[in-house]
Design a protein around this ligand. Structure first.
Ligand code: SAM
Ligand code: SF4
Length: 355
């Protein structure tokens, strides 16, 4: 395909900064999320319908070589420093170790991490570490087996726990992501926190976002960051961490035990609370995303997508792909609306975008 067709004829001034993925509001994207698949072996109620979704066929997904090429364009031209693989469930990609190894072997290799439900991680953690993976974020909303089965619609808690221990043994840095659902797992949040602190896993609570494909999200049922802080403070002392957030979405807290007489005991570790809805951090966003079918998505909440995989398969050069990517990011929205009436509800659900 000719460059003119690829890039269109609309104003080239839109992406005027050739040095990076800059948008109209002066933000620069240096953190890349790459979705590897839309498929998943769980059906978390806030993410996927019980019956699953119509998944893109495998031949429409980026191959390991195409992912490597896009990551190379990101690191070499845009200064991308961190790449996080996600999905869907990225562990379902049989070539996951190859994907990691290719990206780790790039000049100026970025820091590589994986967001996963950890099912199957017990068998692959060591190989992933050897390939160059250094961090995992494991989704775990409760350590109560029956509540886990209710949230995920699958009875696999023991597999997740085995995956976490294998990741720890392999030397991977671990964070645990939890979404609290009112009346389901919210009252168990202090138990989950204690469990993670005892094992040295940094737990982060994430506000539920309107990214469920059923569009059942409801502002009133969402457990807010403020409610989470208040609930945890009944059992622990939370001390805000003053270190600069540097674009990171989580507000971090040092956790101290409470003594029997209500005083403050020893420090137990650190947690994070991600207030994506009620205390939006859009102004500091450093993220750019690639969907599993090779579209640039500038924001989780924007339905605007730009295919880079199609043009790549039609013979686009690195320069042409980079220009498409820049233009897509230039159009990144300022924010996703506030948490009341104008909050954007995107069409694709979280599993199809890549969380
Ligand atoms: N399957 C992997 C996992 O669960 O970690 C990776 C993909 S998942 C979409 C990535 C993250 O998105 C998970 O931590 C999950 O809890 C979170 N997530 C999914 N749907 C969400 C929603 N509606 N609101 C907030 N977080 C959500
Ligand atoms: Fe699957 Fe992750 Fe979505 Fe749960 S949150 S259904 S594990 S993609």
């Amino acid at each position: 395909m000719a460059p003119a067709t690829l890039l269109g004829s609309t104003g080239a001034s839109a992406s005027s900064d050739p040095s990076g993925l800059v948008d109209r509001f002066g933000r620069r994207a240096v953190d890349l999320r790459v979705s590897l698949t839309e498929r998943c072996n769980l059906r978390c109620t806030y993410c996927m319908p019980a019956a699953g979704l119509p998944f893109a066929p495998d031949d429409q997904l980026m191959t390991a070589a195409e992912i490597e090429r896009l990551v190379r364009i990101g690191t070499s031209r845009f200064g991308v420093r961190k790449v996080r693989f996600t999905g869907g469930e990225p562990m379902l990609r049989h070539d996951l170790v190859d994907v990691i190894a290719r990206c780790a072997a790039l000049p100026d290799a970025p820091e590589l991490s994986l967001t996963t439900n950890a099912i199957g991680l017990s068998h692959r953690a060591a190989a992933l570490y050897a390939a160059g993976l250094r961090r995992v974020n494991v989704s775990l909303d409760t350590v109560d087996p029956s509540v886990f089965a209710e949230v995920t619609r699958r009875p696999f808690l023991d597999k997740v726990i085995a995956g976490l221990s294998a990741a720890h043994d392999a030397g991977l840095a671990i964070k645990v992501n939890a979404v609290l659902l009112r009346g389901v797992n919210d009252a168990l949040a202090p138990d989950l926190m204690r469990w993670c602190l005892e094992r040295g896993y940094e737990l982060r609570f994430i506000e539920q976002m309107p990214l469920d494909p059923d569009h059942a999200w409801d502002r009133t049922s969402m457990v807010t960051a403020a409610e989470t802080r208040a609930m945890l403070s009944e059992s622990f002392e939370l001390v805000p961490d003053d270190a600069p957030r540097d674009g990171a979405p989580a507000e971090r807290f040092r956790v101290l035990a409470r003594t029997a007489d209500g005083g403050v005991g020893p420090e137990l570790g650190t947690i994070g609370i991600i207030a994506s809805i009620t205390e939006s951090f859009c102004a500091d966003c450093t993220r750019t995303r690639l969907t599993a079918d090779g579209h640039v998505r500038s924001c989780l909440f924007s339905d605007e997508e730009t295919s880079v995989l199609g043009p790549m398969r039609d013979g686009a050069s690195d320069d042409e792909v980079a220009e498409l990517w820049r233009r897509a990011m230039w159009a990144k929205p300022r924010d996703h609306g506030d948490d009341t009436d104008d909050l954007v509800h995107p069409t694709r659900g979280m599993s199809a975008i890549g969380g």
